[in-house]
Design a protein around this ligand. Structure first.
Ligand SMILES: Cc1cc2nc3c(=O)[nH]c(=O)nc-3n(C[C@H](O)[C@H](O)[C@H](O)COP(=O)(O)OP(=O)(O)OC[C@H]3O[C@@H](n4cnc5c(N)ncnc54)[C@H](O)[C@@H]3O)c2cc1C
Ligand code: FES
Length: 338
C-alpha cells in the first residue's frame, strides 16, 4: 500500500477533517471523495473565492491568476484550495464553517433587468429582479450571464439578503465585455441568468470590533453587510465598533456615501473615513490612500478585518495587518478591480 499524506482541513467553527491523500492529489478532489464540498467557484485559480490559509506544512499550487494571489500572499501561506495539491503533511484553515460548505447550493435562477443608471464616473447601478427572494450571506456575489449566454461576470450584491430585488454596482472597464453589454445593449425588461450566490467573503455574525476597507466598487458588498448589521436585533452586534474606510481613485467615482452615513443612526459604533487618490480643488474629501489611514489606526487585536477592492490594496492591507500582528485568520478578503 502506498504512503498517503495527511492534509487537515480546519473550518472556522473548529470542526476538522483529515484527508489521507496520495502525493499530487488535488485537495478539492480529495475532499469531494470524502463527501465534502468546499466553497469554490471557477476552480481555475481566477476568482479567489477558495482562498485559505496554510498554518502548517506546505501545498503545491497549480497555475493561477496573479491578480487573485500575489507572491507575498503565497509566501505567507495563503493558497487557492482549487489549485492546491498534497505533497507533504499540511493544515489548511478555511474561512467558513463546515455547515456553510454543506449548505452551498448550485441552483441559479433567472432575473429581469429593472434599472441601469450611472451613479458616479464609470460606475453603473444595476438592479435585477428575480421571481422569488434570493437568500445569500451579506458580502456574497452571483455570476451574471448575459442574455445570449456568451459569457458571465461576477458581481457582489449591495442589498441585504431576502429580497427579490438585487442591487449591483458595476465599474466600467474601457474594453470590458460586460461593460460594453451594460452600456450599449442591456435594456430594462431583458432576462439574464444568475448563478447561486457564491463566495467566502461574507459578514460573520459575531460581536467583534470590525474594520472594513473598500476600494472602488468594492464598496458594494459592504453596503449589504451594513444593511444587515443595521437590521440586527442583538445590541452587542449592532453597537460593536465598526470602522469603514472607503477609497476611490477620484472623488468623482465615489457613490452611496450619503447612504452609508445614514447607517450611523442604527449603528452607533460606525466611523467612516473616505479618501481618494485625486480630489478636485476645494474638495471636502481627504486626498490619499485608505491604506495610509489604516496604517495610522490603532486596531483592537480581536477585530475582524474585511477588505474588498483592487489587488494592490488588498495586498497592502494584508501587509499592514501583519505588521500590527493581527492574526491572518481574522482577515476576510476579496479582490477585484472596480
Ligand atoms: C468575486 C468577484 C466579485 C466581483 N464583484 C464586482 C462588483 O461588485 N462590482 C464590480 O464592478 N466588479 C466586480 N467584480 C469584477 C467583475 O466580475 C468583472 O471582472 C469586471 O466588471 C470587468 O468585467 P468586463 O467584462 O467589463 O471586463 P473584461 O472584459 O473581463 O476585462 C476588461 C479588461 O480588463 C482586463 N482584466 C480582466 N480581469 C482583470 C483583472 N483581474 N485585473 C486586471 N485586469 C483585468 C482584461 O485583460 C481586459 O483588458 C467582481 C469579481 C469577482 C471575481
Ligand atoms: S474557485 Fe476560483 S480561484 Fe479557486
Amino acid at each position: 500500500m502506498s504512503n498517503t499524506i495527511p492534509v487537515k482541513l480546519v473550518f472556522s467553527d473548529g470542526q476538522t477533517n483529515t484527508l489521507q491523500l496520495e502525493e499530487g492529489t488535488s485537495i478539492l478532489t480529495g475532499a469531494r471523495d470524502r463527501g465534502l464540498s468546499l466553497l469554490v467557484d471557477c476552480e481555475q485559480g481566477n476568482c479567489g473565492t477558495c482562498q485559505a490559509q496554510v498554518s502548517h506544512g506546505m501545498l503545491e499550487m497549480e497555475e493561477f491568476s496573479p491578480y487573485v494571489l500575489s507572491e507575498a500572499e503565497c509566501a505567507n501561506g495563503v493558497v487557492l484550495v482549487c489549485r492546491a495539491k498534497a505533497t507533504q503533511p499540511a493544515t489548511i484553515e478555511l474561512p467558513y464553517c463546515a455547515d456553510d460548505a454543506l449548505a452551498a447550493s448550485d441552483a441559479g435562477c433567472a432575473a429581469v433587468v429593472e434599472r441601469i443608471e450611472p451613479v458616479a464616473e464609470d460606475t453603473i447601478a444595476l438592479t435585477l429582479v428575480t421571481e422569488g427572494a434570493v437568500s445569500f450571506l451579506p458580502g456574497q456575489y452571483v455570476n451574471i450571464t448575459v442574455p445570449d449566454g456568451s459569457f458571465e461576470r461576477s458581481f457582489s450584491m449591495a442589498n441585504p439578503p431576502g429580497s427579490q430585488r438585487l442591487e449591483f454596482y458595476v465599474a466600467l472597464r474601457p474594453d470590458g465585455r460586460f461593460s460594453h453589454w451594460l452600456t450599449s445593449e442591456a435594456r430594462a425588461g431583458e432576462s439574464v441568468s444568475l448563478s447561486a450566490p457564491r463566495g467566502t467573503f461574507y459578514l460573520r455574525g459575531d460581536a467583534r470590533p470590525k474594520v472594513m476597507v473598500a476600494g472602488g466598487t468594492g464598496l458594494a458588498p459592504f453596503l449589504s453587510m451594513l444593511a444587515q448589521l443595521a437590521q440586527e436585533e442583538r445590541p452587542e452586534i449592532r453597537s460593536a465598533a465598526l470602522t469603514l474606510f472607503v477609497g476611490a481613485r477620484h472623488e468623482r467615482q465615489l457613490f452611496e456615501i450619503e447612504r452609508i452615513e445614514q447607517f450611523k443612526d442604527r449603528l452607533p459604533g460606525l466611523q467612516i473615513h473616505v479618501s481618494c487618490d485625486e480630489i478636485s480643488p476645494g474638495s471636502s474629501h481627504r486626498r490619499g490612500r485608505v491604506t495610509q489611514l489604516l496604517e495610522a489606526l490603532s486596531i483592537d487585536q480581536s477585530s475582524s478585518i474585511y477588505v474588498c477592492g483592487p489587488p494592490p490594496m488588498v495586498d497592502a492591507v494584508r501587509a499592514i495587518l501583519k505588521d500590527k500582528q493581527i492574526p491572518a485568520r481574522q482577515l476576510y478578503a476579496e479582490k477585484f478591480i472596480g
